[in-house]
Design a protein around this ligand. Structure first.
Ligand SMILES: O=P(O)(O)O[C@@H]1C[C@H](O)[C@@H](CO)O1
Ligand SMILES: Nc1nc2[nH]cnc2c(=O)[nH]1
Length: 294
């Protein structure tokens, strides 16, 4: 049913990769950032950069999706050591769910305390417009309903507990900070807060599926992030996540609109500067551990 499991994502494999990276990286990162489709420009905000192509990192999967460069970038952001995934992995690429989330465990083992995730998503909420940025306050894990959760399999206590809580997955103080920074930057008119629903992809949703998801309480739909959030929370990292609404989910049978990846990448490019400003200002205000200037 799911791609063949393998053990090249376990604690030892993650530790070996984290140690290799720390040996070669210029900084020990406190903040880990994951760039969504078309949002790789976020990595450009790092100063004194050093990057690694995924293909040169031992045990790392390879990016296969257009708009995901496939580079791990280290650097400083307003004096904070960061690591940025310029491209993530998705279930539909054929990797196991444990493999696509392995970089998050590598973040943890490198010393990352806060993970900031971004994605491109379809807007289900009828009040949302293309170009809106949604602060994720909660998620619906559809693959999880069918038993595809990244924590399936034997639990490794060195990462976290068997049954982690997810009702506090998205850090409330980080969400408040995002609202405050968004206000200051004049972004309030496109800043929303809502529920993200993950599906397996890669096909976009049917009209009936979009209507159903909207009725179930989802404001945006996508193909990523939630697996990474679960793994990050399992190992005790603080999580903040944003969706860029790159297209409106088609909910009406008379509509001629069709979701497509080109539109997703184009919207990413158009909002890139503002997302960089929002995230970089937030990072500059964060202190570690769990204490920041509001
Ligand atoms: O990595 P994200 O979630 O931003 O990518 C979204 C979902 C698909 O991979 C792709 C569809 O256009 O964008
Ligand atoms: N599943 C899904 N993922 C997306 N990523 C960007 N837009 C969409 C969308 O409409 N649906």
């Amino acid at each position: 049913m799911f791609p063949e499991s393998s053990t090249d994502y376990g604690y030892e494999a993650c530790k070996a990769t984290a140690d290799w990276l720390l040996e070669h990286a210029p900084v020990r990162p406190l903040v880990g950032i994951v760039c969504g489709s078309g949002l790789g420009g976020l990595a450009d905000m790092l100063k004194d950069q050093k990057f690694f192509s995924y293909s040169e990192i031992p045990n790392f999967p390879k990016s296969t999706v257009h708009g995901h460069a496939g580079r791990l970038v280290f650097g400083n952001l307003k004096g904070k050591p960061c690591v940025c995934m310029q491209g993530r992995f998705h279930l539909y690429e054929g990797y196991s769910i444990q493999k696509i989330t392995m970089p998050i465990r590598i973040f943890k083992l490198m010393g990352v305390e806060t993970v900031i995730l971004t994605n491109a998503a379809g807007g289900l909420n009828q009040d949302y417009k293309v170009g809106d940025v949604m602060i994720i306050k909660d998620h619906i894990n559809m693959p999880g309903f069918a038993g595809n959760n990244p924590l399936c399999g034997q639990n490794d206590d060195r990462f976290g507990i068997r049954f982690p809580c997810m009702s506090d997955a998205y850090d409330k103080e980080m969400m408040q900070l995002a609202q405050k920074v968004g206000n200051e930057l004049g972004y309030s008119h496109f800043l929303k807060e809502g529920v993200y629903c993950v599906l397996g992809g890669p096909s976009f949703e049917t009209i009936a599926e979009c209507r159903m998801l909207n009725r179930l309480g989802a404001d945006a739909v996508g193909m990523s992030t939630v697996h990474e959030v679960i793994v990050a929370r399992h190992s005790g990292m603080r999580v903040f996540a944003l969706s860029l609404i790159t297209n409106k989910a088609v909910m009406d049978y008379s509509s001629e609109e069709k979701a497509n990846h080109e539109e997703v990448l184009q919207t990413g490019e158009q909002r890139s500067q503002q997302l960089v400003k929002l995230v970089s200002t937030m990072v500059s205000r964060m202190t570690h551990p769990n204490d920041f200037k509001l």
